[in-house]
Design a protein around this ligand. Structure first.
Ligand code: UDX
Length: 448
């Protein structure tokens, strides 16, 4: 790849951080025709990507990585100086996890990569934040960049929040619902438009905002989604106390186009690397800027979500006759949602852990998340497959709604379990089918 400046119509891109977000962005942009350099401090990850291996599970991505590498437009490095030399637009895609012992976002990676990149920025360029950050972070990063870059104020910062869902990361990158450009100048807007030209040509709407608004959009969106999930799960609690059925309730609500049915699926609730930590960091930041009251309801959203995990354990305990001590429980699922191997804040794994803490003998199976789950919860027993996990189980609990679990034949599963007892933590099964096969079926928000 040459180091001479490219034309402004096709800027050369760097992507800093090659996790779920960065790797997907780098690969998709190269497929769309850009020259892209991905950067990560993790040598093993860089080697794997250069070798054509995606270091996590994401449908469709391995084929696109091979295509992008074959085109010669994509490579990965650990060398930030190469990135500074190469890029016209630098995308920051590093993680902002929850701080240990606090609800605040941990900004060390975002600040670290910005500080480390700055000395290599010797010409006009645009640094674009994609990571989810507390509002106000970009202003600090701008100072950090301009104070430390040889190009000084020729280096501009913009914010372009990322909304990709794991499992649909390719689709969400190629055809997002919208692009949000938080910019401080007409040049920044023009440069971002050039950096997303093929996506914009596909008819994707662009929303131009100031930088603080762009920082806020992501947490506002994720807070709304989390609230919608917790809303229906709060209704599930009311249903449980009144003998009503939350599935039927959600279905009736969903026909109202003002409400809509998406993110209205009751069950074990949300987890993952975004929703839980984003709502907590948002509350923390709002309190810092004196508007904690405005988003205090998000504490309730979080509490409702946590209660679903405890309630799932209650249902398993009830199914087991009142105590989990020595009870063999088969846990189907570990990932925080299907089509992902991500176990960050995974409700499924949390439930498996809680069951074990109460004395249950827990056997876990997940189609993709076994290695990650083993790392996080090494003391659980991990089975080879569904039927191995369910062998002699006294209770089966479905925790992640993989298609493989949705399509389970209750009669076949009955052949291996000790007791036909199932808790459906995700409303993924047809209760009539399971009760017809002589199973005792329980689900959150439904009469027992
Ligand atoms: C989310 C946002 O959707 C995405 O826009 C953002 O960029 C990153 O965070 P993701 O974490 O990949 O994406 O997962 P998502 O599909 O949003 O699901 C989040 C959690 O909510 C999962 O644990 C899922 O099981 C749960 N969920 C989702 C429900 O419990 N009920 C629903 O109705 C929908």
């Amino acid at each position: 790849m040459s180091s001479t400046p490219s034309t402004s119509s096709t800027p050369r891109l760097t992507v800093l951080g090659t996790g779920y977000l960065g790797a997907t962005h780098a690969i998709c942009m190269a497929v769309l025709g850009y020259d892209v350099l991905g950067v990560d401090t993790d040598r093993a990850k860089v080697a794997a990507l250069n070798d054509g291996r995606v270091p996590f599970f994401e449908p469709g991505l391995p084929a696109l990585l091979r295509k992008a590498l074959d085109s010669g437009r994509l490579s990965f490095t650990t060398d930030l100086s190469a990135a500074g030399e190469f890029g016209d637009v630098h995308f920051i895609c590093v993680g902002t996890p929850q701080q240990a012992g606090s609800h605040a976002a941990d900004l060390r990676y975002v600040e670290g990569v910005t500080r480390d990149l700055a000395p290599y920025l010797r010409r006009r360029c645009l640094v674009v934040g994609k990571s989810t950050v507390p509002v106000g972070t970009a202003a600090r990063l701008t100072r950090l960049l301009q104070d430390n870059a040889p190009a000084g104020t020729e280096v501009e910062l913009a914010w372009n929040p990322e909304f990709l869902r794991e499992g649909y990361a390719v689709e969400d990158t190629m055809r997002p619902d919208r692009l949000v450009f938080g910019i401080g100048s007409a040049w920044a807007e023009q440069t971002l438009r050039a950096a997303f030209a093929p996506v914009i040509r596909n008819g994707v709407p662009v929303v131009i905002t100031d930088i603080p608004t762009a920082e806020l959009v992501k947490v506002a969106a994720n807070s709304f989604l989390a609230t919608k999930i917790s809303y229906i799960n709060a209704m599930a609690e009311v249903c449980e106390a009144t003998g009503a059925d939350v599935q039927d309730l959600a279905s009736a609500l969903s026909y109202d186009t003002r409400i809509g049915g998406r993110f209205l699926h009751p069950g074990l609730g949300f987890g993952g690397g975004c929703l839980p930590k984003d709502i907590r960091a948002f509350v923390h930041r709002a309190e810092e800027v004196g508007v904690g009251r405005s988003v205090a309801f998000l504490r309730q959203v979080d509490a409702i979500n946590q209660r679903r995990r405890a309630r799932t354990v209650d249902l398993v305990r009830e199914q087991a006759g009142g105590s989990l001590e020595g009870v063999r429980v088969c846990c189907l699922g570990a990932a925080f949602k299907p089509d992902s191997d991500d176990v960050r804040d995974a409700p499924a794994l949390d439930v498996a852990r809680m069951l074990q803490e109460e004395g249950a003998i827990v056997s876990v199976y997940d189609p993709e998340a076994m290695d990650n789950a083993r790392r996080v919860q090494p003391t659980l027993h991990y089975a080879e497959g569904v039927f191995d996990a369910a062998a002699d189980a006294q209770v089966v609990v479905l925790l992640t709604e993989w298609d493989q679990f949705r399509s389970l034949d209750p009669r076949r599963l009955a052949e291996v379990v000790a007791t036909r007892s199932i808790v459906d933590g995700r409303h993924a099964l047809d209760p009539a089918e399971w009760t017809a096969a002589a199973w005792t079926y329980r689900a959150l928000g439904r009469a027992g």
